[in-house]
Write a protein that binds this ligand. Sequence first.
Ligand code: G3P
Length: 249
Amino acid sequence: MNIPSDLRIKIFADGANLEEILRLAKDPMIKGFTTNPTLMRKAGIEDYETFARDVLAEIVDRPVSFEVFADDLDGMVAQGFEIAGWGPNVNVKIPVTNTQGESTVPVVERLVAEGVVVNVTAVFTLDQVRAITAALDASVPAIVSVFAGRIADTGRDPIPHMREAVEILRDRPKAELIWASPRELLNVFHADESGCHIITVTNDILAKLANAGKSLETFSLETVKMFHEDAAGAGYEIQTDPGKLKLVR
Ligand code: G3P
């Protein structure tokens, strides 16, 4: 049985809603936060820096990732240093390539050389993990976010993939592997079994943690009640013909 208290993995919250982030910050189970421009746009954030500074004014004891959005390598470096200056607990997210597919390894090297804690994101392939690992400094903490859920969306099993990524990263003991973009609660346990250090989880999946280990009989009954209540709530009716019952017999 998968039980949350047995988990070794750290759970980060992935999102860009300030209220939600502040609510989750009260939960000691949440060990850090990640954001990305897509989540921010969905949350209606208009001013990136103000949002980030609002978050960082409240969250001072756990890491928070903010992503650069420049598309040229020099611009990424400049934004990376700027974002790193927003707070000591900031992790600077660097996409693994720019939109031309050009590797951002030189960006990672320049930031890491100055002690910036990077979170290399949108990582999919093991070759990318190898290249990033080589660019990291053994004495500087760093994060590598492999999008296990998107890998699963291609029909590939992310578990052996993530196990291998863990092995590659062993060369950099201060680096941590994130299982990013989980698709279901079970992925928290998959990530833990795979040896990932962190999983970043959106609110909808975090809410399902309460279901871990739940009795299937109870869950079945709740599901039956849900169908019944929704049918009644919608006012559905089927006119039955008593004559048909006789035919069945
Ligand atoms: O942490 C990665 C996440 O923000 C992206 O997830 O669901 O868009 O693949 P998703």
